[in-house]
Design a protein around this ligand. Structure first.
Ligand SMILES: [Zn+2]
Length: 107
């Protein structure tokens, strides 16, 4: 019997906002603009649906309406183009290179 296409079931949904709340140029409050990215991230504590929201300063006096701020904390959860958290990568590296397990042994 074939396995279902997507076996990952997400748990909690987490939204991240930019660490700064005010524009560094004019000092006014930033506004949410769009989702910079959304991923299902697999960690050792479960699978989370993570949204990293992009904020910008909507005031034309700042001169850069397309400069977006997003959460560095969310970006630090996993590498770009992957869905595994750094804790999973560290565990796999330890099992593979320190304990010399095979890939089949890890899985
Ligand atoms: Zn501004």
């Amino acid at each position: 019997m074939p396995l279902p296409k997507n076996r990952i079931v997400t748990g909690q949904i987490i939204y991240f906002r930019a660490e700064i709340e005010t524009c560094p140029d004019c000092g006014r409050k930033l506004k949410r603009h769009h989702a910079a990215w959304k991923k299902n991230i697999s960690t050792l504590r479960g699978v989370f649906q993570v949204w990293n929201m992009a904020y910008h300063s909507p005031h034309e006096e700042c001169g850069n309406l397309s400069r977006y701020f997003r959460s560095a904390q969310a970006d630090a959860l996993c590498m770009k183009h992957t869905s595994y958290g750094f804790d999973v990568l560290a565990l796999v590296e330890e099992l593979r290179f320190k304990r010399h397990l095979t890939i089949a042994g890890i899985t």
